[in-house]
Write a protein that binds this ligand. Structure first.
Ligand SMILES: [Zn+2]
Length: 255
């Protein structure tokens, strides 16, 4: 009942509000929890495109890190956790709109057996029936111009201080991705993405390892953690257009 009321309110707000000028970096995981068809995402992006323009994630990052004032309404995409539908459903839709995304992956989930996969999924209460991408899919995405970033080796919450574990999660995942794709991995998104999900120690290691670090909170501001972490706005591929209109209606600020 509560989510029904929330839905009605958001639709109402979305009816009144339209996307604001600025660079909106979105963060999703899949088309839908229930493995819906990719047409859902296609229709959402088609409707949104009446008001916004899609830009590549590298362009979005360049605009934001140079602290450009943007009059246009730009959207760029990122997807976390490396589910198979990133390759089979999401990437083909993004290509239809001439754009790309950064896919943040966990190397040990890519290489997981059934037991590891069940454990990985059980930490995500709403997704049960998902598989990881395979390395050949990830290599293909990289060759098609998508960005492959790290989301730690095992999707560990980085609110810890142990440097050995942090290095295994933050540095080793980068090395594996670079070995598989044959190019430098500059993007990192820490798991769970909230303010308390990364320790000072983890942030320092990430800053020494990657060019760009992404969170998943405070999306009204471009940056958090003293201008060192780029904030993203959560969405999923089957969200209603009117919800999106509302979430994108906030004017983005550098300070
Ligand atoms: Zn994640």
């Amino acid at each position: 009942m509560r989510s029904f009321i929330r839905d009605i309110c958001l639709r109402g707000l979305g009816f009144i509000n339209k996307p604001a000028a600025g660079v909106h970096i979105l963060n999703g995981h899949y088309i839908s929890k229930e493995n819906k068809n990719q047409n859902v995402l296609y229709e959402l992006l088609k409707s949104l495109s009446q008001n916004v323009e899609y830009i590549k994630i590298e362009e979005a990052v360049a605009l934001v890190t140079e602290k450009k004032k943007v009059k246009e309404k730009y959207i760029a995409f990122t997807f976390d956790d490396g589910f198979e539908e990133c390759y089979t459903k999401i990437a083909p839709v993004l290509k239809e709109f001439n754009t790309n995304a950064a896919f943040f992956i966990n190397p040990n989930f890519i290489e997981s057996d059934e037991k590891y996969k069940r454990q990985f999924l059980s930490e995500r209460v709403f997704v049960k029936n998902k598989n990881p991408m395979k390395w050949n899919m990830i290599k293909d995405l990289h060759q098609q111009g998508f960005v492959i970033g790290s989301h730690t080796t095992d999707h560990l919450r980085l609110n810890i201080e142990n440097e050995k574990i942090l290095s295994e999660q933050i540095v080793v995942s980068k090395n594996i991705i670079e070995e598989k794709t044959g190019s430098i991995c500059e993007y990192f998104a820490y798991p769970y993405g909230q303010e308390n999900d990364i320790s000072k120690e983890a942030l320092t290691i990430a800053q020494n390892t990657y060019k760009y670090i992404f969170s998943g909170f405070n999306h009204k501001k471009y940056f958090s953690f003293a201008n060192t972490v780029i904030n993203r706005r959560h969405f999923e591929g089957d969200w209603p257009l009117l919800h999106m209109n509302y979430f994108l209606s906030f004017k983005k600020r550098y300070k």
